[in-house]
Design a protein around this ligand. Structure first.
Ligand SMILES: CC(C)(COP(=O)(O)OP(=O)(O)OC[C@H]1O[C@@H](n2cnc3c(N)ncnc32)[C@H](O)[C@@H]1OP(=O)(O)O)[C@@H](O)C(=O)NCCC(=O)NCCS
Length: 241
């Protein structure tokens, strides 16, 4: 009897602690979502001048992005990703992808050339992911004409800077396992996230979840116990399934 009720008390306490931790995490996410310009403290990162690319970068919420740029975001994503989605169980759906890209929580990091033409973007969100405050990179897309010149890496560095300065615990993204560009994330030291699903006899997953941890926060408030992590993902660097 006594043992039972002690266990019950421990469980209640643990649940309460978890709820409090999530409430704090939510406050951190809400605060980041209220920023007017996350790039403001880092003027050096507003320009990329390397390997024949001269670009300017800015960060805006989706509501501040003009329709022409939104169309370009959608078309570049479709051009780079449609075939890869169709090669796996996800399939491609114009409406679903457009809705994801224009969701009111979406933030955009955009690189444009000197004549104002966009050449690369990241769609990201400050969000709670399985109770943890993260910057989720939904999409990173570079125009094929300017790939492999360091712009993608520079943009991921900006996301990490913005994430970690605003106290996110991780930068997280979902990749399709058969995407040949995954080597890019390996080159940038992204690791398999603990929430990445593991194939078994019953199910194989076409995607993996990668992350980079904010080392400054590792020993502060612990990440949720593995029992509270379930193996699903609802957002993807190039994906929704
Ligand atoms: C993946 C992507 C964002 C990378 O951006 P990028 O500007 O082309 O890449 P970078 O020049 O910054 O590459 C940095 C490093 O990543 C690695 N890398 C990048 N592309 C690679 C490729 N195609 N094959 C092997 N390694 C690659 C290299 O180590 C590279 O460094 P190096 O050129 O000095 O060897 C870009 O190629 C892209 O938009 N691809 C199509 C869309 C996509 O698959 N996005 C990712 C999933 S959302």
């Amino acid at each position: 009897m006594g043992r039972k009720s002690n266990k019950g008390k421990e469980k209640r306490l643990a649940r309460k602690e978890e709820q409090m931790r999530i409430a704090v995490a939510k406050e951190i996410v809400d605060k980041a979502n209220k920023l007017s310009d996350p790039l403001e403290p880092f003027p050096v990162f507003r320009k990329f001048n390397k390997n024949g690319i001269e670009a300017e970068l800015y960060i805006k919420r989706v509501g501040e992005i003009c329709d022409v740029t939104k169309e370009w975001v959608f078309n570049l994503t479709k051009q780079n990703m449609k075939a890869k989605y169709e090669d796996c169980s996800w399939g491609w759906n114009d409406t679903k992808k457009y809705e994801e890209l224009t969701d009111e929580d979406a933030w955009y990091l955009i690189a444009q050339s000197k004549d104002g033409k966009p050449i690369g973007f990241s769609h990201f969100r400050f969000d709670l992911d399985e109770g943890v405050e993260v910057l989720y990179c939904y999409e990173l897309q570079i125009e094929p004409a300017v790939m492999r010149r360091g712009l993608g890496k520079f943009m991921m560095q900006i996301l990490e800077l913005v994430a970690f300065t605003n106290h996110m615990r991780k930068v997280v993204l979902t990749v399709l396992k058969h995407n040949k560009y995954n080597y890019f994330f390996k080159a940038l030291n992204y690791q398999l996230d603990e929430s990445s699903p593991v194939d078994d006899d019953e199910e194989t997953y076409p995607y993996a979840i990668l992350s980079k941890i904010n080392k400054k926060l590792v020993n502060t408030n612990p990440l949720p116990s593995s029992s509270s992590i379930n193996n699903h993902c609802d957002h993807c660097c190039s994906g929704h399934h």
